[in-house]
Design a protein around this ligand. Structure first.
Ligand code: PLP
Length: 393
């Protein structure tokens, strides 16, 4: 019934599965028939502290009973606190602008870079270099920033100034006097769970610093403890000029953030968002950060990462005819599957068996479990996945 309503009234931008999920807790999620699934997707890396987290729910309920929204024309206490926490937990001396999504955070990053390019240097600089296999969002500018050709089929004309590099190593040869920034993901998510090499990223950082070109790291997927550290930039031991985040930050409420060490780049009027960083979302995010900071400091997050990776390694060992290798960092993980057809069959069978998994790139089975997933939830999910591989091998 709801499938018919959806098909009649919602624009079909997704190849949708018409299961009707009605409630969820932790990594467990239930459909309208009462069937239980283990969620190894976290809603694409969003419910970082699990579904319906008691602490986040408590913070949200408390906040909505007080005040939800007042606009950015006034002080928003949890917004100020969240910006401070992001600086403290990341260790980066930065200020933050709050948006409502990953794409919008990246739009903010592009605007910061463009303004920097207007104000610094002999001539106006505006070019931003990104990678061919990147994903940066769906707005007109972030779509153009996304290097994948297939994303540029319609919707033009696009803004000028995006240049695509085949790899990190190719970036240096593309820099010219009009280049103002380079934007990269440290682990490409949509592109197929593809981590960059640390030494190459650090070498790039040195080249850019020497030429006063900004390094923007798109941490919309990698950020907020997904790789085991607050940001993947911490893990790679780099100091970007701009970092964007979104997905895991709100634990399910829509929030994006662009952080920069260029603390005075914007003046009132340069940028804005009506909803951005309102009481509801920033209060929820503060609780998400408090939970995840605890998980990192207690060592629980690292234990979970090791356990999850070991289980994927075991699968790769047991089914070499189906799995080429395990890829990824932290709890942003994947299995390279022998071919794209088999990948689709695995995702469908896993759903039938009661475990949710994702595709990425051409042939990667992607795992983005809640960062707080319990041993029992992990165990159950892998039992189900294992049955799928037994049946298909
Ligand atoms: C998901 C994602 C985005 C886009 O985020 P939205 O919230 O969907 O706009 C941008 N960059 C990366 C790396 C992402 O993974």
């Amino acid at each position: 019934m709801f499938e018919a309503i959806d098909k009649a009234f919602v624009l079909p931008t997704y190849g949708r599965n018409y299961v009707n999920f009605v409630r969820a807790k932790g990594a467990r999620i239930y459909d309208s028939e009462g069937k239980e699934y283990i969620d190894f997707t976290s809603g694409i890396g969003v419910v970082s502290v699990g579904h319906s987290n008691d602490r986040v729910n408590g913070a949200i309920c408390d906040q909505i009973s007080r005040i939800t929204h007042i606009s950015n024309l006034y002080l928003i206490e949890p917004q100020a606190k969240l910006a401070k926490r992001l600086a403290e937990l990341s260790g980066y001396d930065m200020r933050t602008f709050f948006a409502n999504s990953g794409a919008e955070a990246n739009e903010g990053a592009i605007k910061i870079a463009r303004k920097y390019g207007e104000e610094n240097g002999e001539i106006k600089r505006y070019k931003i270099i990104t990678l061919k296999n990147s994903f940066h969002g769906r707005t007109i500018s972030t779509l153009k920033a996304t290097g994948q050709e297939k994303m540029h089929n319609y919707f033009g004309p696009f803004p000028d100034g995006f240049v695509y590099a085949e790899s990190i190593n190719e970036i240096e040869s593309l820099l010219d006097e009009k280049t103002v920034a380079v934007m990269i993901e440290l682990v490409q998510g949509e592109g197929g769970v593809e981590p960059m090499q640390k030494a190459q990223v650090q070498a790039l950082e040195r080249v850019l610093k020497a030429r006063d070109i900004l390094l923007i790291v798109d941490e919309v997927q990698t950020g907020i403890y997904r790789t085991g550290r607050c940001f993947a930039s911490n893990l790679y031991e780099i100091s970007p000029d701009i970092i964007t985040s979104a997905k895991g930050l709100g634990g399910g409420v829509p929030i994006g953030a662009v952080m920069t060490r260029l603390k005075d780049i914007f003046s009132p009027g340069d940028h804005g968002s009506t909803y951005g960083g309102n009481y509801l979302v920033t209060r929820a995010s503060l609780e998400v950060l408090a939970i995840l900071e605890g998980e990192e400091q207690s060592g629980a997050l690292e234990k979970r990462i090791n356990a999850f990776q070991a289980k994927l390694d075991r699968l790769a060992e047991d089914y070499p005819q189906l799995i080429q290798k395990r890829v990824g960092i932290g709890l942003m993980l994947g299995l390279r599957i022998c071919d794209a057809d088999m990948l689709s069959r695995i995702v469908d069978r896993a759903f039938e068996a009661g475990v949710l998994v994702l595709k990425a790139g051409r042939n990667t089975l992607r795992f983005l479990p809640p960062l707080t997933i319990s041993d029992a939830e992990m165990e159950e999910g892998f039992e189900k996945i294992n049955r799928v591989f037994v049946a298909l091998s």
